[in-house]
Ligand binder design. Structure first.
Ligand code: PMV
Length: 333
């Protein structure tokens, strides 16, 4: 009753921003991401009779009660689906620079969903796996697939039609995604809280909803046509609109810090000099910059020259879920 799975993290080009159902993690809008090749989580799950509670190791260290509670609640969903009552030992290694402010929840819950369902021998297809991963963290449902991925918001109240699907495999269009690391300065407002406050209080949220479907259509068309400028224009616009909802919230909040602006300005400067580079930002101060592989080195150097930039990690479109042979991991008895 054990299995190991690997899942890569993803970056949204058209954002998931706002839930229509908090408990089921159902989004207000469909959205689109690229799965990244460099950042991933490997998770082993072993269910065993000898355990009296779930045990969670993160990067070789026994996790805190709070961290374990989140994992346990997620495993409860899978236990309910499978009918198996046993507890599990979960051993997770993050190759995502989490301390540096990059979210690992997408790869984390995708890997956990895949390993736990496999360990229990559950016979489920990828869309169903995607709906399960979604319940850990919305964006995790996209990490089941590689390449360019759309999360269709679905319509059913039980969320069974709210899952991701691949729109283009990773090898069909190479792009460079540069993750720019800034020195974290402020306390993080979690995406869950930020979304809720924007939906409930921001007068700009309606503007987001009124235009996001069109952004998504333009992005899909751009991917279909491999039109980088068209994709870049819409992804940057879409990120700006998401962040505008936070400025209109009550109380207002902002994920950007001064260094975020420095990077945004550098990207604009690059564009003015004829290099096609575009930025996107999630629920934190760090910036991801997209460009074409031929410009990757030049853009990286330009970004590294910004004083407040600590590091730049270069990624390309990466694969979906994979299952690994059992290695020597933490065991229960
Ligand atoms: O899935 P969560 O709760 O990590 O929310 C992700 C929200 C954004 O990163 C801001 C947008 C997105 O689509 O990934």
């Amino acid at each position: 009753m054990e299995a190991t799975a690997k899942a890569h993290t993803n970056i949204a080009l058209i954002k998931y921003w706002g839930k229509r159902n908090e408990e089921l993690f159902l989004p207000m809008n469909s959205n689109l991401s690229i799965t990244l090749d460099q950042f991933y989580t490997i998770t082993s799950v072993q269910f065993c009779e000898c355990l009296t509670a779930d045990k969670f190791y993160l990067n070789d260290t026994l996790a805190t009660e709070d961290e374990t509670k989140k994992i346990s609640e997620f495993l409860d969903l899978i236990r309910n689906l499978s009918g198996v009552k046993k507890y599990a030992v979960v051993d997770s290694t993050n190759k995502v620079p989490t301390a540096a402010g990059f979210a690992s929840s997408a790869s984390g819950f995708a890997a956990l969903a895949a390993a736990a369902t496999k360990a229990l021998g559950m016979d489920i297809d990828e869309p169903t796996l995607s709906t399960i991963a979604r319940r850990g963290s919305g964006s995790a449902c996209r990490s089941i697939y590689g390449g360019y991925v759309e999360w269709k918001k679905g319509q059913l109240p039980d969320g069974t039609d709210s899952h991701a699907e691949q729109i283009l495999p990773e090898e069909k269009w190479d792009l460079s995604i540069l993750s720019v690391l800034l020195e974290p300065k402020q306390k993080k407002i979690l995406s869950r809280e930020g979304m809720k406050r924007s939906v409930e209080t921001s007068p700009f949220y309606q503007g987001w909803l009124d235009t996001v479907d069109e952004d998504l259509e333009v992005a899909k068309q751009a991917i279909n046509q491999r039109n980088f400028e068209m994709l870049g224009d819409v992804l940057e616009r879409n990120a700006m609109k998401m962040h505008a909802t936070t400025l209109g919230a009550n109380p207002p909040f902002m994920y950007w810090q001064s260094a975020t602006f420095d990077v945004m300005e550098k990207v604009q400067e690059l564009r003015e000099s004829g290099i096609h580079a575009y930025f996107t930002i999630d629920a934190g101060p760090n910036v991801k910059v997209l460009c074409q592989p031929k410009d990757e080195e030049y853009v990286r150097e330009a970004l590294m020259s910004v004083t407040s930039v600590q590091d730049v990690f270069t990624c390309h479109p990466g694969p979906g879920i994979s299952y690994l042979p059992q290695t020597k991991r933490k065991t229960c008895c």
